[in-house]
Design a protein around this ligand. Structure first.
Ligand code: N2P
Length: 394
């Protein structure tokens, strides 16, 4: 890499490993990466035109250079992703290397994202729904095929993320990160210092009343309650769903709330002691409070893959492909994964990750762990949604 003096330092700053213990959320806020701003770190051409960061992209080098293929002629890519799902260097680094500006905005549930996309055209070039909703996105015509010719790093993906039932061959989707839905808890506050069953959150004891949260997300709430009740995690039987509704409604008084974006802070601050949550989020809470632990309950749990897609009619589909290609670099994957503690779909990134993460069975569960992937399409989605609405209704 031929970079001298100041640029070299800038680049080093950009690629340095993130410091995990220092307020990740505070940093992202300060950098303007939370919310709609997202211009922090745009190098405005300092490094523009430099196509590689020493990652050996092969053809991706040319893919990073701006070119035709967008509907609007702008050096821009609008990314809409989950909250707390990126480190603080990936966006500035991509901006510096591609000379494209990133607007980075966040949401906190699949419902919010789907509702936004269904409401009419948006300016987003990339959205990151969960894999189980892809059949729905396809049926509703909400996403368009990817510019695969601009994503040579697709070859970095592990086979299991290519041979999928929701999008074989990655025509529409490319995984961002994956994880499990389990329980985050505070070791010092739960009886015996340990949790091993969904009972902890679905039948909380009086001692933890007001200190428990559940996910405000149809698939996770209904799917995990079904698992706890010993039903098929994919069930859409009326009787099973009625049982789920009865169970969760009966414990509502003991819950602090249904949430997807406040439980990291609440667990970290000791405001909640038990939270149904996503693996990496709980580890992010653990970064600020070492009493926090994560468990995949013995009854089994859910596994999900969040996937990058291009909304139909997006203004900058070619730039979206360039961003996706960058995210698929092993170094990008390692940087993101290390920071958010979710699983990477690119095994080539694993040697770059701390051994403590790659050998952690709660991040990379062994094949023997009972994990289900639920698919929610058509009628089933409606039934699950109806059950969920009944649970949340007053
Ligand atoms: C990241 C949330 C992960 C999304 N904060 C779960 N599908």
């Amino acid at each position: 890499m031929r970079l001298g003096g100041r640029e070299d330092q800038d680049l080093n700053l950009l690629v340095q490993a993130p410091e995990r213990r220092f307020g990740r959320r505070g940093f992202l806020r300060a950098a303007g990466l939370l919310g709609a701003a997202g211009v922090a770190g745009f190098a405005g051409g300092i490094l523009g035109g430099m196509a590689r960061d020493g990652d050996g992209d092969g053809a991706a080098g040319s893919a990073l250079a701006a070119g035709p293929g967008n509907r609007r002629d702008e050096r821009l890519v609008n990314v809409y992703n989950w909250s707390d799902y990126i480190d603080e260097r990936t966006i500035p680094l991509f901006q510096a290397l591609s000379n494209l500006r990133v607007n980075y905005d966040v949401y906190s549930s699949n419902e919010d994202l789907l509702a936004k996309l269904r409401a009419g055209p948006t300016q987003y070039d990339i959205v990151v729904p969960t894999n189980n909703l892809i059949p729905t996105y396809r049926r509703l015509g909400l996403i368009e095929p990817l510019r695969q010719d601009l994503i040579p790093n697709l070859s970095n993906l592990d086979k299991e993320f290519v041979d999928t039932d929701y999008d074989p061959g990655n025509r529409y989707t490319v995984p961002w990160q994956w994880g499990t839905t389990g329980i985050g808890y505070n070791r010092t506050r739960v009886p015996g210092g340990k949790v091993d069953s969904w009972a902890a959150v679905f039948e909380p004891t009086r001692a933890v009343a007001g200190r428990v949260s559940l996910l405000r997300e149809v698939t996770d709430l209904i799917g995990c309650a079904l698992i706890y009740l010993g039903k098929r995690p994919n069930s859409s039987r009326e009787a099973d769903l009625a049982e789920v509704v009865r169970l969760v409604r009966s414990i509502k008084r003991r819950l602090k709330r249904f949430t997807t974006d406040t439980y990291i802070d609440e667990l970290a601050a000791g405001e909640t002691w038990l939270a149904q949550g996503w693996s990496g989020d709980v580890f992010q809470a653990q970064d600020s409070n070492e009493d926090v632990a994560y468990v995949i309950p013995k009854e089994g749990a859910l596994r999900f893959v969040d996937v990058m897609c291009v909304p139909k009619g997006a203004p900058h589909p070619a730039n979206a492909a360039r961003f996706i290609n960058f995210v698929l670099r092993p170094t990008s994957q390692a940087r993101i994964s290390k920071y958010v503690s979710y699983g990477t779909p690119v095994s080539l990134a694993k040697p770059l990750l701390p051994a403590g993460q790659t050998s952690d069975p709660s991040i990379y569960p062994p094949a023997s762990t009972k994990l289900s992937i639920v698919t929610v399409t058509g009628q089933k989605l409606e039934k699950w949604q109806a059950a969920y609405d009944q649970i949340l209704a007053r």
